[in-house]
Every structure is written in C-alpha cells, then in structure tokens.
Design a protein around this ligand. Structure first.
Ligand code: ADP
Length: 454
C-alpha cells in the first residue's frame, strides 16, 4: 500500500498521545496503524524564521515532520489570516472578520513554505491528504513545484454561502487553488453545496464535481468505555456529591465565539426565569478552556462571559445553590467523559460549527440504562445526524429555555428512544469509517458523490 502523507496545521506530539491535534489524531489512528505514513505540519513552536527543512521523528510506522513558524508568519498566517479572517468568515461571521493584506501575504508565504519543505519528502506514489482552512493554497503550491501525487483536501469547518465567502478579500484565490486537489471533502451536504456553487460561479464546474460530504465522527465505543470506566472516579464522585441530588446540565467547549456561550448562558437564565419550578433543581456546569487568548475577539468574549455568568448567579443563586459553575481551565478528557455520563442534559449550542464532536461524545458517554438528553444547535453539522436531540436555534434564548424545560421533564422511555437513535448513528459514523470513506474516494475506489454519506 502506498504511503499516506497527512498535512495539517498541527502535528500531534507522539509523546502526548496526539492530544495537541485533537479529533484529527483520533480519526487517523486506524489508518496510521495500517500503513506507512508521514504527518507533516507546524511544530507548535515559533522561531526567528519559518523552517525550510522539517525536523523528523519516527514513531511506529509514522514519521512526524515538523516546521517551526517564524514570528512574522505566526502573526500574519496563523493569528491574522487564519484565525482573524478565515475562521470568522467560514463560520458566517463576515462582520467580525479582520483583514490586512500583510496577513494574506503571510498566509501565501506560509502555505508555500509548507509545500517547499514537504515536496522533497514525497515519494511518487504517496497519497497526500491536506487538512483544513489554514492550508487552502498548499495543494496548488505543491503542483507548482512539480508534485504529481494524489492530493485530497478536507475542510473541517463550515463553508458558507458564496455571498458570505466572497466578502473575504482574496476569496477567489483560495477557490482557484482547489483546482490542484483531486478530492475535496466537507462535513455536510450543505457545506458541499455552498462550496460547489462558489466554484461554479468562478467557472470551476470541473472542480465542483470533486467536492463531497464526509461527516467526521469520534471513536464511539472507545469514548463510551472511557465514560463508563470513569463513572465512579474520584473527581466524578466529588462533582456528584457536590450537587446534592440536583440534576446536572453540562457544556464543554473551547472558549470560542462560534460556540454560542453567552447565548447559552442567557438561555439557561431564561429557563430559570420562565420555569421557576426548576430553580434549585439543576446546576449548569460549563467547561470552556481559553483558546487563542492572544486574538482580541477572544479576550472580549471572555469578559462577556465573566459578566453574564456573574449576573445570572448574582440574581438567581441561593445561599446553598449557584445555578452556573464556570471553569476556564482544561479538564482531563477521561474526567470530562465521566462528567458527561452523569449529566441529565448536554448543552451544545454553537452559532455555527463544522461538525461538533462534543455532541457525539455526549451521546457516547451516556448510561444506556438511563441516558441524558442532548440539546443541540441546528447550526452544528452534527444536527444532520443527531435527530434524536432537542434541536434549538441558539440565537433564541427562549428556544433554549423551552428545550431545557422539556429535557428536565422528559420521561425515561422518551429519553431512551431518542438516545438509541443517536447512539446508532454515532456508532455507525465513527472516526475510522470517516477516514476510510475519504481515502477510498481519494484513492479512486469510490466515486466522490457516493462516498460521503453512503
Ligand atoms: P472544535 O474542534 O471547534 O474545538 P469540536 O467539538 O469538534 O470543536 O471538538 C472539540 C474536541 O475538544 C472534543 O473532542 C472535546 O472533547 C475536546 N474539548 C473541548 N472542550 C474541552 C475541554 N474544556 N477540556 C478538554 N477537552 C475539550
């Protein structure tokens, strides 16, 4: 079998078991166990200049090849164009995107530097799979350097309607670069349709035909097992004891403005106001570790949340009960799995999300004998598959409030029925299946149109 070359902004640290690259490392685990592979990308470190030669480290059958980012590229490629322009636009938030031509120059420079450092490592029959919005241009740069390998590109985040996307300066350059890609994957059929329409509008109908939807999943049985094992772990028992018999609602997100955290907190507050019989009966735990703390929008969000949580707790708390517990430190994954299992309600209400793996993790974590209820945003990619959730519009606090009220009162047989439907789909769409589907489309064994949701 030919080698698989994974290219992503972040490369997992083999010593940390892949924690730094998150869900992608989980999704790639089976593929990496079965064939020779290279994982290429940013080391996570900065230096005076972006590296020109990748540092190599071998672990099992995988070679990890990493480059440090120069300070300028970190500022313009990573913080600037990737995180302050592309991220908001791809999440439909044109109004908060920040553009600077120096950022786009840094984005072009870094995509090219990645391609130049990867090209000499490639063998003729390698399959190259490039991931996500940081690297729209890289396939075209590889082609310009003479690389003839099969190249796939997967966009983990949403792709908005073209009227939104085209608000991004240089939008057309990003689309044109996709000409170099053989198979282009998105999370949902809506994203695929939006991307196809944008390509067709610039005369790239041939490229549009290479776009397909491939919904990413989690290691479902692995996460279920983890949650069951941690059900009586020390931290989990401590949390349970502290609740004094009250129900737990849980939210687990990176602290990001796409996650709808202020709106979620407002929705929880609205529930307590409109349905006072739940006061003192439920505690909402939000775990939201700070991410991208050096981007201005993220600092503003943090202040907004501190204020929102403080206001509701100040208004609603009793001497022996605070409605919201809010943690901005990271919590270990196994502990989170145990927390999710204990929760009666999972609150996953992003304003826009490519997939949202937390929604799937919450489903996997439930006790099959007494499962909790998932309250899920209709704007998460996961909503396509998880129709057993209570689907809400996260912009409407009353909608969240009503779903919370329904979840609190939901009888056991309905909870079980809804959870069974969700668990069936979470299991069927596991991470390793996603990886296999994309690779079979890229490597020519399945047509892209059939490979996605099959
Ligand atoms: P995103 O990729 O935008 O962060 P996802 O929901 O798709 O959102 O994936 C997030 C991943 O990170 C999940 O696997 C989730 O369990 C993990 N995660 C999110 N928040 C935390 C947290 N507070 N502590 C530890 N892990 C977290």
């Amino acid at each position: 079998m030919s080698r698989l070359v994974i290219v992503a902004n972040r490369v997992p640290d083999p010593k940390e078991g892949g924690a730094t690259a998150g869900g992608l490392a989980v999704a790639m685990k089976d593929a990496l166990a079965n064939r020779e592979a290279v994982w290429f990308g940013w080391s996570g470190k900065t230096a005076a200049e972006t590296g020109t030669e990748a540092a190599l480290a071998r672990h099992g059958r995988t070679t990890f090849a990493t480059l440090d980012l120069g300070h300028d590229d970190y500022k313009h490629f990573y913080q600037g164009f990737s995180n302050a322009a592309l991220w908001p636009v791809l999440h439909y938030r044109l109004g908060i995107a920040r553009f600077d031509r120096r950022d786009f120059a840094g984005y072009q420079r870094t995509n090219l530097a990645f391609a130049q450092a990867l090209a000499p490592l490639l063998q003729p029959d390698d399959t190259v799979w490039i991931h996500d919005f940081h690297l729209f241009l890289m396939a075209a740069d590889l082609r310009a350097l003479g690389c003839k390998q099969r190249i796939g590109f997967f966009l983990h985040v949403p792709f908005p309607p073209r009227s939104v996307f085209n608000g991004l300066p240089h939008a057309e350059k990003l689309l044109e670069a996709l000409e170099a890609v053989d198979t282009i994957g998105t999370q949902t059929e809506d994203d695929a349709e939006n991307l196809r329409a944008a390509l067709i509008a610039i005369g790239k109908g041939d490229v549009a035909m290479r776009v397909g939807a491939f919904a990413i999943g989690i290691d479902a049985t692995g996460f279920a097992k983890l949650a069951a094992q941690r059900a009586n772990a020390k931290e989990v028992v401590r949390l349970r004891d502290s609740l004094g018999g009250r129900s737990l609602a849980i939210g687990v997100d990176r602290l990001d403005y796409t996650k709808g955290l202020p709106q979620r907190i407002a929705g929880f507050g609205a529930m307590l106001e409109r349905f006072p019989r739940h006061r003192g009966k439920i505690t909402f735990l939000q775990v939201a570790p700070v991410s991208r703390g050096d981007v201005a929008m993220y600092r503003a969000l943090r202040r907004e949340l501190d204020e929102g949580v403080g206001r509701i707790n100040g208004q609603m708390a009793e001497p022996d009960w605070a409605p919201i517990r809010y943690i901005t430190r990271a919590v270990a994954r196994p502990t989170l799995a145990g927390f999710m299992r204990m929760a009666r309600i999972g609150l996953v209400t992003p304003l826009r999300d490519g997939m949202n793996l937390v929604a799937k993790e919450f489903v996997a974590a439930q006790d099959p004998a007494d499962p909790g209820v998932l309250v899920l945003s209709r704007f998460a990619g996961a909503a396509v598959e998880l129709d057993g959730a209570l689907i809400v519009n996260p912009l409407d606090p009353d909608d969240i409030a009503e779903a919370l009220d329904a979840a609190m009162d939901m009888p056991a047989d309905e909870r079980l029925d809804r959870w069974n439907r969700m668990w069936t789909s979470v299991r069927a769409g596991s991470a390793s299946i996603w990886c296999r589907r994309f690779l079979s489309a890229l490597e020519g064994t399945t047509d892209v149109a059939d490979a996605g949701q099959a």
